[in-house]
Design a protein around this ligand. Structure first.
Ligand code: F6R
Length: 366
C-alpha cells in the first residue's frame, strides 16, 4: 500500500527516518552505551580474529559495501576488499582461514551474490549476510548475519535498503573497533550517538523536497550527468548516478572527484550537470578545487553542501544544504537529496518510477 504517496519509491524514500531507526532498534542500547548484534554474537571470536574482510554484492548493495570499506578501515582497522559478486564468482579468489566474507543483499536472492558465497563455502572463512528479506537464500546459506529490518522494499530502485545496509555496516564497524580496542569507550559512545542522530537528519533533508524538486525541473532534459565525491562520499556519487540512470534513463556516471582530470572532465561543457558532494569534511578544500575545474569548463554544478556553506555556494549553480553530519554518518544523509532528485527527474520525464524498463526487483538469473 502506497498510502499518501504516488509511488512506492517516494514512500520508501520518506520512510527512511523510521527504517534506519528500525535497523538499530534493540541493537543500540537506550543509553547509547553499547551496540549488541545478536545475529553475529556467536561468531564474535572469529570476527575479532579476522585479518581481512571481503564484501560481495551487486548494484546498490555493492555501493553500500564500498561505504563499509571506509567504515571498517577507519573504525576497526581491518583491510577490506569490495567485490562485484558476478566477477568474484568466476575468478579464482584466494581465501584465507581468517577471512571474513560479507554478502550484502536486499532480497537475499541475487543469483551472483548467492553463487559468490557458495564459491567460498568450503573454505574456513566466516561468512556473514546482511540481508533485508528474512529467511532468504543468502541469509540461510551464511554462518551468521544481521538483518537490515527496513521492511519490504517494492520500488525497483533501492532506497531504504541502502541506508539500512549502511546502518548495519556502521554498527558492525563500531562494535568490532571497540572490541578490538581501536576505539576508546568514549569515541565508541560518541559515534553511537552520531548514529542515533541519523533519523532526524534525514527528516531535515526530506523537509526540503520542494527545493530539490525545483532543481530537478532545471535538469530534467539533460542527456548526461556526472556525480563526484571523495572518501566515503565517492560511493554516494556512484549510488546517486545509479538512481538517476535506472529510473530516468539519463546517462549518468559517478567518479571519485580527483579522477575527473584523468578523462571524464573532457565530457564537460555548458550542458553537463555535475552533482558534487562537497560537505565541510576533510575533503572540503579539495572538492572546492574540483568544482572550480568544472566551472572553468562551463559545467553546471549542483552541490550537496553542509548547512551554512559559503564557499561552494558562491561557485555552484545550485546548492542543496543538508544538516551538519559527522563523517561516519554523512553517506546516509547525503544520499537522500540524490534519491529525491532522481525520483523527481524521472517523474517529470514521464518514466515509470517504480518499475523501470528492463529491470527486475531481484535478479535471480545470471
Ligand atoms: C538498484 C538496485 C539493484 C540492486 C541489485 C542487488 O537500485 O536495486 O542494483 O541493488 O540488483 O540486489 P540485492 O540487494 O537484492 O542483492
Amino acid at each position: 500500500d502506497k498510502g499518501e504517496y504516488e509511488h512506492f519509491m517516494l514512500k520508501e524514500i520518506h520512510e527512511q527516518p523510521v527504517t534506519v531507526q528500525e535497523t538499530f532498534r534493540g541493537r543500540v542500547a537506550m543509553d547509547e552505551s553499547k551496540i549488541f548484534l545478536g545475529g553475529i554474537s556467536d561468531v564474535m571470536p572469529k570476527l575479532l580474529e579476522a585479518k581481512r574482510i571481503v564484501i560481495v554484492a551487486c548494484g546498490t548493495s555493492w555501493h553500500a559495501g564500498l561505504v563499509g570499506e571506509y567504515l571498517f578501515e577507519k573504525y576497526a582497522r581491518i583491510p577490506v576488499e569490495v567485490e562485484y559478486a558476478s566477477e568474484f564468482r568466476y575468478r579464482d579468489p584466494i581465501i584465507f582461514d581468517n577471512d571474513l566474507i560479507i554478502a550484502i543483499s536486499q532480497s537475499g536472492e541475487t543469483a551472483d551474490t548467492l553463487a559468490a558465497i557458495r564459491k567460498v563455502k568450503d573454505s574456513r572463512a566466516t561468512i556473514l549476510g546482511i540481508c533485508n528479506v528474512a529467511g532468504s537464500s543468502i541469509s540461510r546459506e551464511t554462518h551468521a548475519g544481521v538483518y537490515t529490518h527496513a521492511g519490504i522494499e517494492i520500488g525497483v530502485a533501492s532506497t531504504k535498503a541502502f541506508t539500512s545496509q549502511i546502518t548495519v555496516l556502521t554498527m558492525m564497524a563500531l562494535l568490532l573497533g571497540h572490541k578490538k580496542q581501536i576505539l576508546s569507550t568514549e569515541e565508541y559512545q560518541k559515534l553511537i550517538h552520531e548514529l542515533t542522530l541519523v533519523p532526524d537528519k534525514i527528516r531535515e533533508v526530506l523537509a526540503i523536497e520542494d527545493q530539490i524538486e525545483k532543481i530537478a525541473a532545471t535538469y530534467k532534459d539533460a542527456s548526461n550527468a556526472l556525480y563526484m565525491g571523495r572518501g566515503a562520499l565517492f560511493p554516494v556519487a556512484l549510488e546517486g548516478a545509479l538512481k538517476l540512470k535506472e529510473i530516468s534513463y539519463i546517462h549518468a556516471e559517478g567518479y571519485p572527484a580527483a579522477e575527473m582530470k584523468h578523462g571524464p572532465i573532457a565530457l564537460i561543457d555548458e550542458k553537463m550537470p555535475v552533482f558534487a558532494l562537497a560537505l565541510n569534511d576533510n575533503n572540503y578544500e579539495k572538492m572546492i578545487s574540483n568544482i572550480q575545474e568544472v566551472k572553468a569548463r562551463k559545467g553546471k554544478v549542483i552541490a550537496v553542501v553542509t548547512k551554512g556553506d559559503k564557499a561552494v555556494k558562491s561557485m555552484a549553480d545550485h546548492v542543496i544544504e543538508i544538516p551538519e553530519a559527522h563523517e561516519a554518518i554523512a553517506p546516509m544523509i547525503s544520499i537522500i537529496p540524490l534519491q529525491i532528485l532522481a525520483y523527481h527527474i524521472a517523474l517529470m520525464r514521464g518514466c515509470n518510477v517504480d518499475q523501470p524498463r528492463n529491470l527486475a526487483k531481484s535478479v535471480t538469473v545470471e
